[in-house]
Design a protein around this ligand. Sequence first.
Ligand code: URP
Ligand code: ZN
Ligand code: ZN
Length: 477
Amino acid sequence: MKTLIKNGRVVTAVDDYKGDILVDGETISMIGTELSMEVDRVIDAEGKLVIPGGIDAHTHMDMPFGGTTSADDFETGTLAAAHGGTTTVIDFAIQLKGESILKALDTWHQKASGKTAIDYSFHMIVTDLPHERLGEVKQLINHEGVTSFKLFMAYPGVLLVDDATIYRAMSLASDQGALVCMHAENGVVINEIIDEALKKGHTSPKYHALTRPTKAEAEGVNRAIALAEMAGSPVYIVHLSCYDALKRVQEARDLGIPAFAETCPQYLFLDHSHYEQENFEGAKYVMTPPLREKWNQNELWTGLKMNDLQVISTDHCPFCFKEQKELGKNDFTKIPNGGPGVEHRMSLVYNGGVVGKRISVNRFVEITSTNPAKIFGLFPKKGTIAVGSDADIVIFDPEKKMTISAKTHHMRVDYSCYEGVEVQGVAEWVLSRGKVVIEKGKYTGKAGDGKFVKRSHINLSYGHPSNVRQEMALARS
Ligand code: URP
Ligand code: ZN
Ligand code: ZN
């Protein structure tokens, strides 16, 4: 099957030009101007951006958590992702305590295989890493294409691992060409604060946020970076939410330490005041880390501009308001943590970032696609528009407006965190490895179109994406 995409404005992390793209089978085979050849299909992209498919490096489909399971499975969640212009998700498999890590990977392969609309890959959440299991981790990195791991400093008794385990995992990761992603929050102290709140009868959703101070996140980030330095390894902080935590990453990067971090749309567009919503509706925003005071948003945008934050992912972990969030009606600690987001990341970031004049269109592509591909071992197969790369392509209408609503979204969840919000910038056509899966906003693919992608080894210890702020300071000196 040959498809010619004509007259679009091709935008990558570094380019911006008018051109035509020939897709032959699953890959891009030619880029030029006024291309004319016999093809099966021509798509006119006049007036549209032609960008690499979005890569969401942080999703939780079909994830058992908080006494229930996230509402999107791999079929519904990836279909929703495709609608929004995301063509690859990196989801989290979970090793239960005491369980074989290879068995955990197998469980997640069974959940996803044959179900997805777009390509997918896995990080592994490691909850238990005695020396005897290091061989399994090597097997994952060197043979199974799972080259990143998430470790938790939060959720004592469930997911939290101690510092020795973190150091061990980081040492192994750096030795084997993998990366540790850190949920950086001091969960032990947070649990103390939660106990104090419950004793005072503070049970409503807002106490989820009030018991997870920004200092707990900053301490986690600080410790994660220090442990990574001791292990001689890079570190990637997930779902960074606030200035206190960002400052720690900035300080490390100014010293040349390979610390990387993502933030998420919820921390850029939503804030602490959402917990005040009546009738328990504040529970819709119970996620970890929690939403912060609004002033943090500007600081996060600055972090994105200056490259102290390199990625925007969603942490998509949806639970329905009815029956799932309601589990915590009388006790905020029983509200399953997480919110929906995979469908609207590209539009929200384009609208808030590019239309809002906070970032360039190249930076938009870089933080939503190219950087996640580079950091997680998918580049240049994914994350760019180049000859030989997978034809994961989004034809994005930069003028079209859309109002976000649970009535029209495709995620299997009964609310939206952005209900009624109008955004400018909508994915119109989406090609996943050359196949049109979204055509003028309508899904044309099928479950099973997506494939598991083995990721390459990762080496961010040297030549990590430059720190713009540091370069500017050097230039001034
Ligand atoms: O609240 C959240 N973020 N739920 C998903 C699990 C995690 O920590 O990423
Ligand atoms: Zn987390
Ligand atoms: Zn998460």
